[in-house]
Design a protein around this ligand. Structure first.
Ligand code: PLP
Length: 428
């Protein structure tokens, strides 16, 4: 396949947009080469500016769980747009999607809509701090909660010391309030509680990590976090931006039967439009302005186009009793097929999967946290990525990303993908 026009468009973009992209991972820096420019997409396929058709395993990094240009969502957006695109005033749509989301997710009484997953997590943290009257939070190395300052933190010099900024522009003061723990390591979290008694407002976690490849929680880990939070008066925040409305109607909370205190959403909840949300029981949500002291706002929050898209998406998922079983079955089929093909080679690999989130790591040892994810062979991944791209298959341009399976994928698409992986694996 040729990507000449994409390369030219990227060169043009680089002149006027930093790095040619509006979000860094799109730039292909981790795999080399230049990004593919999309012209349009339908169902399981992307069509690029060079006229290539690609089977899409990223699906806008998660939102397009029913495939691209899903008609009910597209039609709802078109119809809403004709009636005005933003008012800065309440609409009945907002109440409708709020009520539906609350009916699908366990343990939440109220939900507030924002414009991105970043905003949802940032606001969840502020709310937790306001509610508990404490400053510090615990996050896990390798988990991503968006690009707000409190989350752009790396581990400090010791396990129980403060984090340090991992981007210029994040202040040392901010970093001091974010404590870093290792994913799947309860002992490490307990140490942080011991070293910071009465100071930790919240633990924020991706209940299934999706930003260091896919890393499921080991048995007892989420339960242990719940217990530590209860014992210490700390709120447990599930960042379900990836997992929400993807792993089950009620997300990871439902799948693992663990209740979080605050839940952050993004991606699927917006049906492909810019939407995030955070939700909790009344006691916590009533701390928010205008009824409570914690300020949070947004000119475009609850935007009618975004709400119309999200509402159609949630209705489709809520009305389809088999959707999550179907997604799980398709992804399990893909996993089995990839294993068969990789087993025919000498490649060392680990595949992690939860429901329709899956990732392939080129290392034989279990991938359970950021350290083990970082052991993957990036050179092999790069060749794997470009080999698949040449076969018309689009996976994330980074070894640290999860693949998102969409219901629009047919078993023929999956077979074609598995066959292509077989051919590419032999060249690695
Ligand atoms: N939380 C998680 C788990 C994510 O994966 C992401 C984005 O990938 C975010 C938060 C941030 O969401 P957004 O990119 O919509 O700001």
């Amino acid at each position: 396949m040729l990507y000449e026009r994409s390369s030219r468009l990227f060169a043009e973009a680089e002149k006027v947009i930093p790095g040619g992209v509006n979000s860094p991972v799109r730039a292909f820096r981790a795999v080399g080469g230049t990004p593919i420019f999309v012209k349009e997409a339908k169902g399981a396929y992307l069509y690029d500016e060079d006229g290539n058709r690609l089977i899409d395993y990223i699906n806008s990094w998660g939102p397009m769980i029913l495939g691209h240009a899903y008609e009910p969502v597209v039609n709802a957006v078109i119809e809403r747009a004709k009636k005005g695109t933003s008012f800065g005033m309440p609409t009945a749509l907002e109440t409708e999607i709020a009520a539906l989301a609350i009916s699908m997710v366990p343990g939440i009484d109220k939900i507030r809509f924002v414009n991105s997953g970043t905003e949802a997590c940032m606001s969840a943290i502020r709310l937790a701090r306001g509610f508990t009257g404490r400053d510090k939070i615990i996050k896990f190395a390798g988990c991503y909660h968006g690009h707000s300052d409190s989350f752009l933190i790396q581990a400090g010099s010791g396990a129980v010391t403060f984090g340090t900024p991992n981007s210029p522009g994040v202040t040392k003061g901010t970093a001091q309030d974010t404590l870093l723990a290792q994913y799947n390591d309860l002992h490490n979290v307990a140490e942080l509680f011991n070293a910071n008694p009465g100071e930790i407002a919240a633990i924020i976690i991706e209940p299934v990590a999706g930003n260091m490849g896919c890393i499921p929680p080991v048995e007892g880990f989420l339960e242990g976090l719940r217990q530590l939070c209860d014992a210490n008066g700390t709120l447990l925040i599930f960042d379900e931006v990836m997992t929400g409305f993807r792993l089950a109607k009620g997300g990871a909370q439902e799948l693992y039967n663990i209740k979080a205190d605050i839940v952050a959403f993004g991606k699927v909840i917006g049906g492909g439009l810019p939407v995030g949300a955070f939700a909790a029981r009344n006691e916590i949500m009533n701390y928010l302005a205008p009824i409570g002291p914690v300020y949070q706002a947004g000119t475009l929050s609850g935007n009618p186009l975004a709400m119309a898209a999200g509402l159609e998406m949630l209705k489709a998922l809520n009305g389809d009793a088999d959707i999550f079983t179907r997604l799980d079955a398709k992804t399990a089929y893909l996993e089995t097929g990839i294993r068969q093909k990789l087993d025919e080679t000498n490649l060392a690999y680990t595949i992690n999967r939860t429901g329709s989130m899956i990732s392939v790591h080129f290392d034989a040892s279990p991938v359970t946290d950021f350290k083990s994810a970082a052991k993957g062979d990036n050179e092999t991944f790069k060749k794997f990525f470009h080999g698949l791209l040449a076969e018309g298959i689009y996976i994330a341009p980074s070894a640290y990303e999860t693949w998102f399976i969409t219901d629009a994928l047919t078993y023929e698409d999956l077979d074609a993908t598995i066959a292509a992986i077989g051919r590419v694996a032999k060249t690695l």
